[in-house]
Design a protein around this ligand. Structure first.
Ligand code: 2HA
Ligand code: ZN
Length: 301
């Protein structure tokens, strides 16, 4: 499905060149964009972003929008209607990686690989106001990002401004060998490493293999992101949210590391997941108690 509907006409109006002499700190050097760029580079270094794999979006604050405005295009792109609507994102601005653009290149040329889009008053269309030079548009997963930002803001956690999608090897491998059940996967990951229950006490959701960029995937993920801070896309990767770039990247890395440890332990154990030693449910409860964590009790035995 074409999420963006009228895409072909979207840039009919053309996009003006970036403004010339302007005062203030360039968009690329503002703290939020530096954090954005660093996460893209770190994800690339981890090997999670082959080719144009993965994407990132950030819901900007009013102050950040104000500090960028003098750098916005004189003539933004035309409005592009989406197949989704979120009234609570009306007037929001997002920094977002571009469809078909590479995480590997973000640091070298932020304004080519990243854009800032504004959402209209109806909450159903976007237009490009900065970056994504040469006719770029937001990631093919923008429908997922958009719906999940809406869910996070409305109920799950309004402090979560960042959504990050990556293709970490061990998470994808894990999704080939384990039942696609949130409780089973969460327990395997919690028991891989004592850190895990501290980092994702609500657990990890999972959706079966679905068409990348599809509305089906966007809707299924946004439903699960009412409950979880991270959702595995089986055979594809991981979607994670967080309040800042460090914790969002850290969540991605922690889940991936746990999946790796789980797989390594199975390999060391001759293919069996009946381990000689493991983290028991009592151990998990003790960790949760010591840190006053609000753990998903349904995932404990
Ligand atoms: O951005 O990762 O899921 C490319 C993808 C699609
Ligand atoms: Zn992907």
């Amino acid at each position: 499905m074409d999420v963006f509907g009228t895409m072909q006409d979207a840039f009919g109006q053309g996009v003006s060149a970036v403004k010339g002499a302007v005062s203030g700190v360039a968009v690329e050097n503002l703290p939020f964009m530096r954090g954005f760029i660093r996460l893209c580079s770190d994800g690339w270094q981890e090997g999670w972003h082959e080719r144009n794999g993965g994407n990132l979006s950030y819901r900007m604050t009013h102050a950040e929008v104000d500090s960028c405005k003098s750098f916005f295009y004189d003539v933004p792109s035309s409005w592009v209607k989406m197949s989704v609507q979120a009234k609570n994102l009306a007037g929001a601005y997002f920094a977002v990686t571009g469809a078909g653009r590479y995480m590997r290149n973000v640091q070298l040329d932020p304004s080519f690989n990243v854009g800032i889009v504004e959402i209209n008053a109806a909450g159903d269309s976007w237009r490009l106001v900065w970056g994504l030079k040469d006719g770029g548009m937001p990631t093919s997963e923008f429908a997922s990002h958009f719906l999940i930002h809406s869910v996070r803001l409305a109920s799950a956690d309004p402090t979560h401004r960042i959504l990050y999608h990556a293709h970490p090897d061990n998470v994808i491998a894990l999704s080939k060998i384990i039942p696609l059940d949130a409780r089973i996967i969460t327990r395997a990951l919690w028991k891989a490493h004592t850190e895990c229950i501290m980092v994702f006490p609500k657990g990890i959701g999972v959706v079966p293999c679905m068409v990348p960029g599809s509305m089906e995937l966007a809707r299924a993920t946004s439903e699960l992101m009412k409950t979880y801070d991270a959702v595995i896309w089986a055979q594809h990767g991981l979607f994670a949210s967080g309040p800042d770039f460090d914790s969002t990247f850290g969540l991605m890395q922690t889940v991936e590391k746990a999946a790796k440890i789980h797989g390594l332990a199975i390999a060391m154990n001759g293919g069996s997941s009946e381990f000689a030693n493991t983290i028991t449910d009592d151990d998990l409860r003790a960790i949760a108690r010591s840190l006053n964590l609000k753990v998903n009790e349904a995932f404990l035995s």
